[in-house]
Design a protein around this ligand. Structure first.
Ligand code: CP
Length: 307
């Protein structure tokens, strides 16, 4: 039963609960009009202390498409946080006005802390370099709809595996499915953290610096940008930014049925010429993100479609 719970990291949802969310998302994709009033009278608090395009707007669009309404802020400077208000006081105040809240914050653990003060569901929309569970729901729904299931897939994760919170969340989530193999492709400076690898079986992952070496093996290639905002040195960022650039020539080495995913935003790691390739699904992924967030809001609020 998801009603009333918070979502802080992907492991908060059981495999059965994930399956329920994907099935509901698929229903919404197929018959969106049937859901247009299910959240009438409900309000989403949208608390973004860090920039966002997809996560914030897809959550807000999700609530509007369910017939609900949205309040909130898109930068900390336009809230009383700028006057020194704590996370606890902010979330208790939001609870006076909203039924559910979504929070993005640069500090790891901030949404979890907020959930301790809240008597309503709080959703982590990305906390520092830590976790991004609703991007994971987006990624998993994309795989569910385009690959039919999660079993025995070979997934390559390429780019900034050190700071990329979407990668950390996705690896944790995918490792729960049988036979999944991970190919971690990164420069030595941006390796996947040890604490993520520690939770995987030794045989289930392979690390390399060479994208083209493993590309022909993959069922899914998950590209990521180098996370400029997490670097202390701009010089180091500029040195690493273009470590991997997927172009048409490289993509020719991949299987015909491989899919290219990216949580977006993209900087330079996928050439625009790749967008026209049917294997490039990153804008479909952004669209599915809204549908899966509609399903998640419904589940956490415990609202159902009339039979
Ligand atoms: N994928 C993702 O989190 O994008 P935004 O930063 O635009 O929300």
């Amino acid at each position: 039963m998801l009603k009333g719970r918070s979502l802080i990291e992907p492991g908060d949802l059981s495999l059965e609960e994930l399956q329920e969310i994907f099935e509901l998302s698929e229903e919404i994709v197929e018959t969106p009009a049937a859901f247009k009033e299910v959240c009438k009278g409900k309000i989403l608090g949208s608390l973004f202390y860090e920039p966002s395009t997809r996560t914030r707007l897809s959550f807000e669009a999700a609530m509007y498409r369910l017939g609900g309404q949205v309040i909130g802020f898109s930068e900390a400077s336009s809230s009383s946080v700028s006057k020194g208000e704590s996370i606890g006081d902010t979330i208790k105040t939001i609870g006076c006005y909203a039924d559910i809240a979504v929070m993005r914050h640069p500090k790891e653990g901030a949404p979890k802390l907020a959930s301790k003060y809240a008597n309503f569901p709080v959703i982590n929309a990305g906390d520092g370099g830590h976790q991004h569970p609703t991007q994971t729901l987006t990624d998993l729904l994309t795989i569910y709809l385009l690959k039919n299931n999660f079993l025995n897939l070979k997934i390559g994760l390429c780019g900034d595996l050190k700071f990329g919170r979407t990668v950390h969340s996705l690896v944790k989530a995918m490792s729960r499915y049988h036979g999944v193999e991970f190919y971690f492709i990164s420069p030595p400076e941006l390796l996947i953290p040890e604490y993520i690898k520690a939770e995987l079986e030794q045989k289930s992952y392979f690390e390399t610096t060479e994208l083209t070496e493993v590309l022909p093996e993959l069922d899914i290639l998950y590209m990521t940008r180098v996370q400029r905002e997490r670097f202390i040195s701009e010089e180091e960022y500029l040195r690493l930014r273009d470590s991997y650039i997927l172009d048409k020539k490289k993509l020719n080495k991949a299987k015909k049925e491989m899919i290219v995913m990216h949580p977006l935003p993209r900087v330079s790691e996928i050439s625009e010429e790749v967008d026209a390739d049917p294997r490039a699904v990153y804008f479909d992924q952004a669209r599915y993100g809204m549908f899966v967030r509609m399903a998640l809001i419904m589940k956490l609020l415990g609202v159902e479609i009339d039979a």
